[in-house]
Design a protein around this ligand. Structure first.
Ligand SMILES: Nc1ncnc2c1ncn2[C@@H]1O[C@H](COP(=O)(O)OP(=O)(O)OP(=O)(O)O)[C@@H](O)[C@H]1O
Ligand SMILES: [Mg+2]
Length: 380
């Protein structure tokens, strides 16, 4: 089931009567929100990149510089992975053909019910494909130093140990926390070495750093100023390709909620928000939680992990749960000696000390995030 007002639509249409007809059909319902009608086919891909609708509706008979069939092709090749519904007339019959980027066809005249149902159907079909195959988890916090990098790394390695093909992205693009943690030489390729426009799976395979702990890592650029060269579009395309190659993708993110960080979070199934028993961290987490809710992130998407859960600093568990509005989903204990030493050696503690309480907590989190029972098949 698709929730009310959950489908955001962009419509490529140059015949005013048809766009008005669709507007009228949509005016009596609340499930679909028409973001924009574009009569110029050459502007649609760019507008789609910016508006990030859930579905694009294209009139097959669209005229102008970029006509209907060409626009459908461009949207398919754009890497945006947004489903396309094609509108046609009985004189120009067309069949659904996903290889050509046609997710569904609507033939005029159609009812508002048919229109909304078709849009809802293609969207849920697309979501089933993407969420079924791969789980993308961003590790985020609006406060620095709470353990994001440590948790992202050990979580990814834990998933690998569970037999899940896992990629880790260093989304902390300016400082490249993982490059530092793992002491990777500065000439090892990064996300910047991917071609900007047409990234292929083979490009990704070449750029991923194969960590001895059994996971592949997409590193951040080696120098601070290079971070600016990574675009939202690069991020979207890269993650959609990684979804095809891996069963899980973990993303380490920086504190700053920039456009790029948001694109990592948008592309994630779960935003794992790291909290500690520290009043400013809790305050910022609540503030950012409200911002997430206002941009449509569901409570299932935003999950809380309390790091160093035994260092409560005088704040009770109930107080924390009340402040967050619910009991946090995950907890990881503190282990200063083990964690700091493992980090200094660039080793995942889930490998060097698998029986430590902190490693068990990370393993439990990893298993829950991919819906596996804890203790299931560990890779030798
Ligand atoms: N559960 C834990 N027990 C003990 N120490 C921890 C734990 N988690 C993280 N740390 C320590 O906290 C410090 C900060 O961790 P980390 O660098 O992972 O945080 P971060 O959120 O990624 O920071 P930044 O905001 O700078 O990116 C490190 O010294 C790390 O070893
Ligand atoms: Mg970090």
């Amino acid at each position: 089931m698709v929730a009310p007002t959950s489908i955001r639509l962009v419509f490529a249409e140059d015949v005013p009567q048809v766009s008005q007809h669709v507007r009228n059909l949509l005016s009596v319902q609340s499930q679909v929100k028409l973001l924009e009608v574009l009569s110029d086919g050459s502007k649609v891909v760019e507008a789609t990149q910016q508006l990030r609708p859930d579905v694009v509706l294209v009139d097959l008979l669209l005229q102008g510089k970029v006509k209907g069939p060409e626009l459908i092709e461009k949207l398919r090749d754009s890497g945006l992975e947004i489903p396309v519904v094609v509108l046609t007339v009985p004189q120009h019959p067309l069949a659904r053909d996903q290889a050509r980027g046609i997710d569904a066809v609507l033939t005029l005249p159609f009812s508002g019910f048919e229109l909304v149902n078709t849009l809802a159907h293609v969207l849920s079909a697309r979501q089933a494909v993407t969420s079924g195959a791969c789980r993308v988890v961003s590790v985020f916090s609006p406060k620095g130093g709470v353990g994001k990098t440590t948790i992202a790394f050990n979580l990814a390695v834990s998933l690998g140990q569970l037999g899940v093909r896992t990629a880790l992205i260093d989304g902390s693009l300016q400082y490249g926390d993982l490059r530092a943690l793992l002491k990777v030489p500065s000439d090892v390729p990064s996300i910047l070495d991917l071609p900007t426009d047409r990234v292929q799976e083979s490009d990704l395979r070449e750029v991923m750093w194969k960590d001895p702990a059994g996971i592949d890592i997409l590193l951040a650029p080696p120098r601070v100023e290079m971070a600016e060269m990574v675009t939202v579009r690069d991020v979207e395309k890269t993650i959609s390709l990684l979804r095809r190659l891996y069963e899980a993708v973990v993303i380490d993110t920086p504190v700053v909620l920039s456009e790029i960080t948001l694109s990592f979070l948008d592309a994630s199934d779960v935003v794992l928000s790291i909290v500690t028993y520290d009043s400013t961290t809790i305050h910022n987490t609540i503030a950012v939680g409200e911002a997430f809710a206002s941009i449509g992130y569901t409570p299932e998407k935003v999950q809380y992990l309390v790091n160093r859960t035994d260092s409560t600093g005088g704040i009770s568990r109930d107080e924390l749960a009340r402040a967050l509005g619910r009991k946090p989903e995950f907890e990881v204990v503190s282990d200063g000696r083990l964690v700091v030493q493992a980090n200094n050696e660039g080793m995942p503690f889930v490998v060097s000390s698998p029986d430590a309480a902190v490693s068990r907590d990370i393993r439990r989190t990893a298993a829950a995030l991919i819906g596996r029972p804890v203790g299931a098949a560990v890779r030798p």
